[in-house]
Design a binder for this molecule. Structure first.
Ligand SMILES: [Cu+2]
Length: 363
């Protein structure tokens, strides 16, 4: 936990320095319904979901695209090589993975206190693997490399945000969404195995959905000052079923995020934050995934011992807001998440970065 404490201290110093450096224009303060609208820092960094509510009869459409890159394996907090993974009797190890997610969102507020949300997404993944050279002839036509890909719609989420607290420049809301198992968990691609490469079921990290109904609760607090604001959110993903149709359920997730936003002028805001995520292990055994092959283990992603862990990310973002004119109410925002620390269970790919770009239009 020592590293963790150091990161927290570093972050506090950074954010304090940021807010002090960027003295920005004055906005009417603060979180009463009208004056709260229309500031770049009215929204959190774009990768934070369910961060804001809308005033009665307000609508918002949004599109976000997220690109995540993972490269190199880890065991706990240590980087390991493909050779290290093979030394643990695995025949195949992932080397890198990328994920692109396109998210369409709709928000509508029937009352000042309640905002309804709907989100659908489209996911594309790609994973590069290395095969134990000694086994390559037998399971992969002699090649030590292969790549798997999947794409399709993910899990649809619907729910609401309820603002239960609003006082001067402080506000808080509770969120509750249900994730429907609309994403496929039956994605296949060509992978090595006994008898050579063939179209086979892919492990859970490459699947497009959880395969279970999941509950997504959240609690968000925001305090707003003349030129800057800060917020905090706790959220979770709780799997409502003990297993999906393929004999497993993904781990539960608990997340905590804090951010500070500062307005440089009426239409540009910068923000920075920290996100901590804990994911528990996958439960159950993945059906149709081979776990032994000629006395060796197969691929690391087939085993539940190589799932779950903790991660701390730094967030750096820019929010653009159009305050007047025909494009009034539109926002474009970008943020970058960089892991400061990751402690993964077993052997897993480490995350290098996640970049999110989004467009939002309120009407
Ligand atoms: Cu919104």
């Amino acid at each position: 936990m020592n590293t963790f404490t150091k990161h927290i201290l570093l972050f506090s110093t950074l954010t304090a320095a940021t807010s002090a450096t960027f003295a920005a224009p004055s906005f009417s303060c603060c979180a009463t319904d009208d004056s709260y609208q229309g500031r770049p820092d009215e929204h959190a960094p774009i990768s934070v979901m369910g961060d804001h509510t809308h005033a009665k009869s307000g609508w918002m459409m949004s599109y976000r695209t997220m690109h995540m890159d993972m490269g190199g394996m880890r065991y706990g907090t240590d980087r390991v090589s493909s050779g290290d993974v093979f030394a643990e009797s695995y025949s195949v190890t992932p080397e890198s993975m990328s994920m692109d997610m396109h998210m369409l969102g709709l928000m509508y507020a029937p009352t000042d206190k309640l905002t309804l949300m709907l989100m659908a997404n489209y996911i594309e993944t790609e994973m590069d693997h290395r095969v134990l050279p000694m086994s390559a002839g037998m399971i992969n036509n002699g090649s030590t490399k292969f790549t798997t890909e999947t794409s399709g719609i993910g899990d649809v989420k619907l729910g609401g945000l309820y603002r239960f607290y609003l006082k001067e420049n402080r506000k808080a809301h509770l969120g509750l969404s249900l994730s429907l198992p609309t994403g496929s968990i039956d994605e296949k691609d060509t992978t090595p195995g006994m008898g050579g490469p063939a179209n086979r079921q892919l492990p859970a990290p490459m699947q497009l959905g959880s395969g279970t109904y999941d509950l997504l609760p959240s609690l968000t607090y925001v305090q707003q000052f003349d030129n800057w604001s800060y917020g905090a959110q706790a959220n979770a993903i709780i799997r409502l079923e003990s297993e999906n149709d393929n004999g497993y359920r993904l781990g539960d997730v608990f997340g905590a995020t804090t951010w500070v936003g500062s307005n440089l002028n009426e239409w540009v805001g910068i923000n920075t934050g920290l996100n901590y995520t804990y994911t528990s292990k996958l439960k159950g055994s993945q059906d149709d995934i081979n776990k032994t092959m000629g006395g060796n283990k197969t691929v690391t992603t087939a085993y539940e011992s190589n799932t779950g862990g903790e991660r701390l990310d730094a967030i750096f973002g820019i929010n653009l807001y159009v305050p007047t004119g025909s494009l009034k109410g539109q926002r474009i925002a970008i943020d970058l998440r960089l892991p400061l620390w990751q402690d993964l269970n077993g052997y897993q790919l480490e995350t290098d970065y996640a970049l999110t770009l989004g467009w939002q239009m309120a009407f």
